[in-house]
Structure formats: structure tokens, C-alpha cells
Design a protein around this ligand. Structure first.
Ligand code: SF4
Ligand code: SF4
Length: 188
């Protein structure tokens, strides 16, 4: 190796070192994005629409709106939902379908949301509570109707559908007679 080549290789090595330090220096002043989980659990921002697990919607009196119609169960593509129900007689003599168990298997859910869309009573929703880790698969099967069923619970109403857009008023179409009259006048 000549003296020239020797100094060129030293220069290249030094240049490469400066480039590397430049990248390291930039990272030193870049804001940190690493999540210190679970230490930062209290400040974690989970998107509201994140689908973590299915849950029943309970009102302030502890009533849910599920009428055990089975629409969600039928629409689930992989049998994640299992519903058992019975026909109950109400105090006024009427008969009503009552839910016994609403089982949801988080382990087989693909979070497609078809069950929520299929429910006409707005009885279920996805919670964004992402901490669902358990030690056995059996614990992933959850009973969503965890509060005792009340026989005198009021019948839930159908979920309101989005209102149809206002009809656009069409301009009045001239009648056949009016059109013929206009054509005649134009010819004259
Ligand atoms: S959650 Fe909704 S769709 Fe499913 S059984 Fe209950 S009322 Fe029917
Ligand atoms: S999100 Fe999809 S896979 Fe999960 S329970 Fe609902 S329909 Fe079934």
C-alpha cells in the first residue's frame, strides 16, 4: 500500500465514522415514541373504535336490550357466539323469549363486526379494552349476560335507523298538451 492509499483509507474511515455519529446524534434529539407499557397504562390512548372484545350494553337499571333473536349468532362467520334461550311467561300472561346464556368466544373472534351490524336492537358493541390476555383458552369464552335476567324488564325498542336524505324536489315537467302548444308556437 502506497502512502497516498494509506491516507485515503484513513480519511474514508473517518468520514464513515462522522456519518454514523450524525445518525446517532439525530436520534438523540428526536422525540421518543417508545411506549413504556405497562408503566404508562393510565395515560395510554386507545382509539375509541378499536375492537378488543364484544360486550352487552346495559342501561343504568341493569337491563340489556338483547331479545335473544339470534341474528348475531347466525351472521357470525365462525360460530363465535352461542345463544341459549327459553320462552317465559310474563306476569300479564304474555309470552316472551328470554335469554339464558350469551356466550362469546374471544379466541375465535375475527373482530369483523358483523354481529354488531346484524343486531337490530343495538344490544351489543365492541369495547376497546385491549387487555384480554389469559392463561387458558377456556377463559376466553365469556358470558356476556352476566347480570341476572329480569322477567319484568321493559321490552327493548328497535335501534333507530339513520334518517333517509331529504327528497330532492324535481322541476315540474310540462304536460304533453303544453309541449305540443309550445312546438306549434315555435313553428309559427
Ligand atoms: S345481541 Fe342483538 S342480534 Fe344478538 S340475539 Fe341479542 S338482540 Fe338478537
Ligand atoms: S366480530 Fe365477527 S367473528 Fe367476532 S363474534 Fe362478531 S360476527 Fe363473529
Amino acid at each position: 500500500m502506497s502512502i497516498k492509499e494509506y491516507f485515503v483509507s484513513i480519511f474514508k474511515g473517518f468520514y464513515s465514522l462522522i456519518k454514523g455519529m450524525e445518525v446517532t446524534g439525530k436520534e438523540l434529539v428526536t422525540p421518543k415514541v417508545t411506549e413504556q407499557y405497562p408503566e404508562n397504562r393510565a395515560e395510554l390512548q386507545i382509539p375509541e373504535r378499536f375492537r378488543a372484545t364484544l360486550e352487552f350494553i346495559y342501561d343504568e337499571n341493569g337491563n340489556h336490550k338483547c331479545v335473544a333473536c339470534g341474528n348475531c349468532e347466525r351472521n357470525c362467520p365462525n360460530q363465535t357466539i352461542k345463544i341459549t334461550k327459553h320462552m317465559a311467561e310474563l306476569p300479564d300472561g304474555k309470552k316472551k323469549m328470554k335469554l339464558d346464556e350469551y356466550l362469546y368466544d374471544l379466541g375465535s373472534c375475527t373482530f369483523c363486526g358483523l354481529c354488531v351490524q346484524a343486531c337490530a336492537f343495538n344490544a351489543i358493541r365492541f369495547s376497546n379494552d385491549f387487555e384480554q390476555a389469559v392463561f387458558t383458552r377456556e377463559k376466553l369464552v365469556k358470558q356476556l349476560n352476566y347480570l341476572p335476567e329480569k322477567d319484568d324488564a321493559p321490552a327493548p325498542a328497535l335501534a333507530a335507523k339513520p334518517s333517509a336524505p331529504a327528497a330532492v324536489e324535481k322541476p315540474a315537467t310540462p304536460s304533453a298538451d303544453e309541449t305540443n302548444q309550445e312546438t306549434k308556437e315555435n313553428k309559427e
